[in-house]
Design a protein around this ligand. Structure first.
Ligand SMILES: Nc1nc2c(c(=O)[nH]1)N[C@H]1C(S)=C(S)[C@@H](COP(=O)(O)OP(=O)(O)OC[C@H]3O[C@@H](n4cnc5c(=O)[nH]c(N)nc54)[C@H](O)[C@@H]3O)O[C@H]1N2
Ligand SMILES: Nc1nc2c(c(=O)[nH]1)N[C@H]1C(S)=C(S)[C@@H](COP(=O)(O)OP(=O)(O)OC[C@H]3O[C@@H](n4cnc5c(=O)[nH]c(N)nc54)[C@H](O)[C@@H]3O)O[C@H]1N2
Ligand code: SF4
Ligand SMILES: [Mo]
Length: 752
């Protein structure tokens, strides 16, 4: 184990990871007096290999730049807060949870969050609390971006796909700007290599000339919100010009006839016109995709938070499926998982679960974010009565912040776990102070690679700040106060844990066989029984169970990564290896076993999704603009820029550029409105208005303006920029997945 238990005034380089986006690049840090003094990329990290972008170099602003919470807080009637001790907080919260469960049912206690870009270790313990109170509904940020894609993934093959961008001959980025937002390892070097290689082609579909679009060979500069027509036209060219991979389609798919029939009738010229891209360019792009030895695509918020988002995901996936770009170098792949990100099982399809008040579709176990306020702020008898919020800032990140704040104040109980007094914490009944991500063991479950998949458990760099607790300990205290597991269950497990992991594994799984309810609170039971043998790493106990399940469910790939033996041996070895606190390759695959990850008995893609085919066919008669006379501009509310990172870093001095988070606007619109860079404009939408400073840029087309994400957060040094969700509405959302149209907010601009 890494020696980090003491707090030396000066240390050498310690290994950890960046917490600002889902790449979690490995970094090394020198700590002095609790400051992250020097930071560099970790060359030994198997995924990032020494790479970092500019954002983590001043991660000390996360650790030390914002006043930290150092005591549990209880809200007074007048909206101010008083400090209370941990025992009081835990016993009051447990009593109120119990009362709500007894009066209204545990399913009225709603759980939101459980981790951000760098911290998922608490999530397993949060699941134990959900089981302990009988909760049935939960959600997180994925339900305002990825649930449409998850639905399609679930229907097609039951897994999550990613692309081999490093090796692909053609890559297609759809509403994705990886130069700024990354999302795959070493994004910038990979993009540069691609751009420099004349044999490879980069395609970007984006209404804005993003940093990535500026490097691309082909930029399909769609009108905002019209990707469905563009993607449908690309697919139609493949089908109508007979460019599809017939062998692949015959050998690996079912239901393709209905798909082909829908594409055959599409009028490519008309669809090109609708999305504002020259027909020739669409045809050239489709032919290039068809001719390539390997193609991979990446879709992200530009289509996932825009009109037709679920249909867009389907049309994207059909492009690489119809051209046979799966399970080969440079193509798309499904991958192993260390732990499920949603906890809701694989795949979003089917299930048919709905929310209790509005009947919204629940995908991958997640309540659509845009429905949450409506499930609370109502007189419906089944409304949510309590909300548990951990490591997220929904009063800032969910559409229509005002409606969310109002909903929070209607709850009988709200609890927030955070490191700082956030926009959300300020609406809560109780606020519980967490140790920072550098003061405790942490990890993420963003492990999405192939052929080698990496999991990284990080050791703490310093002692917890006084008054704070790590999430595993917070959950343990609350669950103990709920008194859901008796000593008779725990005692034999304590004894087995003392005898070592092998004995513990036998005892634990025997206990689960005896009483299957233990599985629901497994993380808690592990924390209570295996935990004490792990010393200061007690919070990692749940990962033992995760490592066991990972090894059982993916025995071959885990063995190829070097974790071998019989029974519980591979899982025990994997757990011991990850405790060393470095990036660990936990599965190794090859293209021969890539199809094993298709969760279908016949290992084929089920390409026919009737409800989406119906919408594809209907596109010809659908409107393709949603602006109005009152709101003639399209505002993209939440663009990723060099210095945005959701609301993880609250200290504005972290930003080296774009301190105010400028409103970007085209030269033509600026001239029309008589403004120049540095002037101010008022942005008005159906839901709200805000003043922003202007940046005139020819990267945007007339009629399209954009604001960054993660601004407008309170800090003693000021609150620069616009909080984007003061401007967004709950009702602009995808008909199927309920995902918000953050990238397409009808708006008007006024002089100030
Ligand atoms: N720097 C930075 N990186 C981050 C984050 C961060 O906060 N800052 N956050 C992380 C997170 S949580 C996520 S989910 C990812 C998101 O990563 P991205 O999805 O890449 O980020 P965005 O900038 O929100 O949107 C991508 C692009 O969509 C374009 N777009 C807008 N409207 C449309 C449209 O109608 N059609 C198309 N095709 N494109 C459109 C925008 O111009 C933009 O270039 O980034 C991650 N990485
Ligand atoms: N309009 C608009 N809205 C958007 C987007 C957009 O593009 N436009 N993007 C959306 C997307 S893709 C995402 S992912 C979401 C992100 O929004 P959220 O899911 O709400 O997440 P963050 O803003 O990252 O909030 C992370 C919180 O965790 C806290 N925190 C940091 N470290 C710890 C810790 O160790 N323990 C605990 N308990 N808390 C900690 C931080 O202080 C912060 O309050 O925003 C979404 N909202
Ligand atoms: S790419 Fe993401 S994880 Fe890597 S250094 Fe940049 S912000 Fe951090
Ligand atoms: Mo996100």
């Amino acid at each position: 184990m890494t020696a980090t238990q003491d707090t030396p005034t000066h240390t050498g380089w310690q290994k950890t990871a960046c917490i600002l986006c889902e790449c979690n690049c490995g970094i090394e840090v020198q700590v002095e007096d609790r400051r992250l003094l020097r930071i560099r990329g970790d060359k030994d990290h198997p995924a990032s290999q020494g790479y970092t972008c500019e954002k983590p170099l001043r991660l000390d602003r996360y650790q030390n730049g914002t006043p930290r919470l150092t005591s549990p807080l209880r809200r007074r009637k007048d909206g101010t807060y008083e400090e209370i001790d941990w025992d009081t907080a835990v016993s009051e919260i447990a009593a109120r949870l119990t009362a709500i469960r007894d009066e209204h049912g545990g399913d009225k206690i709603f759980f939101y969050g459980g981790g951000g870009q760098g911290n998922h270790l608490g999530a397993g313990y949060g699941q134990s609390l959900q089981a302990a109170v009988g909760a049935k509904y939960r959600s997180n940020a994925l339900a305002q971006e990825k649930t449409g894609e998850m639905y399609v993934d679930g229907r097609l093959y039951g897994g999550h796909t990613k692309g081999d961008f490093e090796h692909a001959e053609v890559v297609v980025f759809i509403g994705k700007n990886p130069w700024q937002s990354h999302s795959f390892p070493r994004a910038r070097p990979v993009l540069k290599e691609m751009a420099a290689d004349p044999a490879r082609t980069m395609v970007v579909i984006d209404p804005r000339r993003s940093e990535t679009a500026a490097m691309a060979d082909i930029h399909l500069q769609v009108r905002p919100g019209t990707d469905a027509w563009c993607l449908a036209a690309l697919g139609a060219v493949l089908v109508q010009e007979d460019l599809i991979d017939h062998d692949f389609v015959r050998d690996h798919t079912t239901g393709v006839e209905a798909v082909l029939a829908a594409y055959v009738d599409i009028d490519v010229a008309d669809f090109a016109e609708r999305c504002g891209v020259p027909e020739d360019l669409i045809r050239t792009t489709a032919r290039r995709i068809a001719a390539a030895n390997s193609v991979c695509t990446y879709e992200d918020l530009g289509i996932q938070q825009a009109p037709h988002s679920t249909l867009n995901s389907y049309l994207n996936k059909l492009l690489w499926i119809l051209t046979g770009n799966f399970a080969k170098k440079g193509g798309m792949f499904l991958h192993s998982t260390f732990a499920s990100l949603t906890g809701g099982g694989s795949g979003g399809g089917g299930g048919g679960r709905r929310t209790p008040v509005t009947g919204a579709r629940i995908i991958s176990g997640l309540v659509p974010c845009n429905s949450i306020a409506e499930e609370i702020d109502t007189h419906h008898p089944d409304r949510f009565r309590a909300m548990w919020i951990d490591a997220v800032n929904p009063a800032h990140s969910l559409a229509d912040s005002e409606s969310f704040r109002r909903a929070m104040r209607r709850l009988d109980l709200s609890v927030v776990i955070d490191i700082a007094m956030t926009e959300t914490a300020r609406e809560a009944d109780y606020v519980l102070p967490a140790s920072s991500q550098f003061e405790k063991w942490e990890c993420t479950f963003f492990n999405v690679d192939f052929p080698a998949n990496v999991f990284h458990l990080r050791a703490p760099l310093m002692e917890p700040l006084d008054g704070t607790l790590a999430e595993p300990e917070i959950y343990a205290r609350v669950i103990r106060a709920l008194d859901v597991v008796d000593e008779a269950t725990l005692t034999p497990l304590h004894a087995a844990a003392e005898a070592g992991l092998a004995a513990y594994a036998d005892a634990f799984f025997a206990a689960v066989t005896d009483d299957p309810r233990i599985m629901g609170i497994a993380a808690h039971v592990l924390h209570e029984t295996l935990g004490p043998t792990l010393g200061s790493a007690r919070g990692t106990a749940a990962l033992w169970g995760v490592a066991q399940l990972c090894a059982m469910n993916q025995a071959g790939p885990v063995a190829r990564a070097g974790f071998t033996g019989v029974g519980f041996d591979p899982g025990n070895q994997l757990f011991e290896r990850i405790l060393e606190g470095e990036g660990v390759v936990f599965t190794r695959d090859d293209y021969d076993n890539a199809w094993d990850y298709v969760r279908r008995p016949d290992r084929r893609f089920t390409v026919e999704i009737p409800e989406l085919i119906e919408h594809l066919v209907g596109l010809a008669d659908q409107p393709s603009t949603w602006t109005t006379e009152d709101f003639p501009f399209v505002l993209s509310a939440g663009e990723r820029r060099a210095f945005t990172a959701n609301t993880i870093i609250r200290d504005p001095s972290w930003r080296r550029r774009d301190a105010d988070g400028a409103l970007r606007i085209s030269p033509a619109d600026a001239a029309q409105l008589g403004v120049a860079t540095g002037d101010r404009l008022r942005v008005v939408t159906e839901r709200g208005s805000a003043e922003a400073s202007v940046e005139v840029t020819d990267t945007l087309r007339a009629g399209h303006v954009s604001l960054p994400n993660g601004l407008g957060i309170d800090h003693p040094d000021g609150t620069p920029g616009v909080a984007p969700n003061e401007l967004t509405s709950l009702h602009h959302r995808d008909w199927l997945a309920g995902t918000p149209w953050h990238k397409y907010v009808p708006a008007r601009l006024e002089a100030v």
